[in-house]
Write a protein that binds this ligand. Structure first.
Ligand SMILES: [Zn+2]
Ligand SMILES: [Zn+2]
Length: 419
């Protein structure tokens, strides 16, 4: 089996990895590069994916973040794409909402209607490959790692993941039961250069939110609408603090996709609504939120936890709500508010303002957790991707694991030893 990192050997985001065996090609992820990426101008030309014969090719999507899925509309329509079922529904809901205002999202919604979905833990085959999708905890819901096998060779592709989320606890059992030892690990290493990334367990962060909501009557949280675990976490924290929890119809519909699903997640209390106090939906009229007297009286008396997004609609609503001692929370990566970074988002910065509490935890693992995962898989070699410092990764791990550093486009032949 050949492993080729087409992009992502020295950058976070826009990763494309290929597994090739006997002419069959399995690609993993095809997304957008992050702002300021070193190869942002370079259009990928990949035989069997973007050009050439694609009849023996397929694409697996680990999760719905834009840096993993964002460019699939540029691929040939006949190329089979596989992703998780709920991930597809969430991505489709997101694309449909924006399809009226952008051609890009319209195309995305059309493409997403034509992807195939797989089921967690259910092995499927493509050509000479056998693929086992493993649910992994990340800031995107329904995210996967893949155990990819061909000709007796086994590779574990981690995708983006962490071990401090609500759903991380079962990873060790799953690895022991379904994966065991592998030949190679292709892993994300986002946080190698971010030793200061917040790695507080999600349940601890939830307790902090609950405490804050008890102490403060008026609360506004800026969080990504597709960070499902955080949305549900905030909802339950608000319930426990006896604060009404408000989302807009878009966020409510996303929560509804997940709530009470009769799958592995349906068993978790995190994704269940309290029947008497479901998330409250903000009323909208002519693209603006309605803040009538009844609503204002209600929130003045009971307080609120309002999940907000950047932009005028929420800014206008907030200007009408009671705001004495109001607390704003940033519950997403604070790099978006850092003027020195390419990811700086001036619209978000304007909405959040200068007075806010940063309450967030990373969607990616720290290096100790990554080491634990690799130790469980006991590979012959590790290939880091989704990192802006592969050299630091090699320095950190090379005493313990052979680390293979590939440049973009370079291939590595993984051979099964027969002894
Ligand atoms: Zn990513
Ligand atoms: Zn991600």
């Amino acid at each position: 089996m050949k492993i080729i990192v087409h992009r992502g050997s020295n950058q976070i985001g826009g990763c494309v990895t290929e597994y090739e065996n006997n002419g069959w090609k399995l690609f993993v992820d095809y997304g957008e590069q992050l702002p300021g990426a070193p190869t942002s101008d370079k259009k990928l030309e990949i035989d069997g994916l973007t050009c050439g014969d694609t009849r023996k090719s397929a694409l697996l999507i680990t999760h719905y973040h834009g840096d993993h899925i964002g460019k699939i509309t540029e691929l040939p329509i006949e190329l089979p794409i596989y992703m998780g079922k709920i991930a597809q529904e969430i991505a489709l809901h997101h694309a449909c909402r924006l399809s009226g205002i952008s051609e890009k999202h319209l195309k995305m919604s059309e493409r997403l209607k034509n992807v195939s979905t797989f089921i967690a833990g259910e092995r499927f085959t493509f050509g000479e490959f056998s693929i086992l999708p493993i649910v992994i905890d990340h800031s995107a819901f329904d995210a996967y790692a893949f155990c990819i096998e061909a000709k007796g060779l086994k590779v574990f592709h981690t995708g983006d993941f962490r071990t401090h989320g609500f759903r991380s606890g079962k990873l060790q059992t799953v690895i022991e039961k379904y994966i065991n030892r592998v030949d190679h690990v292709v892993c994300e290493a986002t946080n190698i250069n971010r030793p200061d990334a917040t790695l507080m367990p999600e349940h601890e962060l939830q307790r902090e939110f609950e405490k804050a909501f008890r102490e403060n009557i008026y609360n506004v949280v800026y969080v990504s609408s597709t960070n499902i675990d955080r949305l549900f976490s905030l909802y339950h924290a608000a319930l426990r603090a006896h604060r009404p929890f408000f989302v807009d119809s878009y966020q409510k519909q996303i929560m509804d996709i997940v709530a009470g699903r009769d799958t592995i997640w349906g068993k978790s209390s995190l994704y269940k609504y309290n029947v008497n106090q479901k998330p409250r939906e903000l009323i909208e009229q002519h693209y603006e939120f309605v803040a009538n007297d009844k609503f204002i009286d209600f929130v003045t008396e009971h307080g609120y936890v309002l999940v907000a997004r950047q932009g005028d609609r929420f800014d206008n609503l907030l200007s009408k709500l009671p705001d004495n001692d109001r607390v704003k929370y940033l519950s997403m990566w604070n790099g978006y508010l850092n003027k020195r970074l390419a990811a700086y988002n001036p619209i978000l910065a304007k909405s959040v303002g200068s007075e806010y509490k940063y309450m967030h935890t990373s969607g990616h693992c720290d290096m100790t957790s990554l080491d634990k995962l690799i130790s469980m898989l006991r590979p012959k070699a590790v290939i880091p991707i989704h990192t802006d410092n592969p050299r630091a990764f090699a320095d950190l791990f090379c005493d313990k694991w052979p680390v293979i550093l590939l440049n973009d486009g370079e291939s590595f032949s993984a051979i099964k030893e027969t002894n």
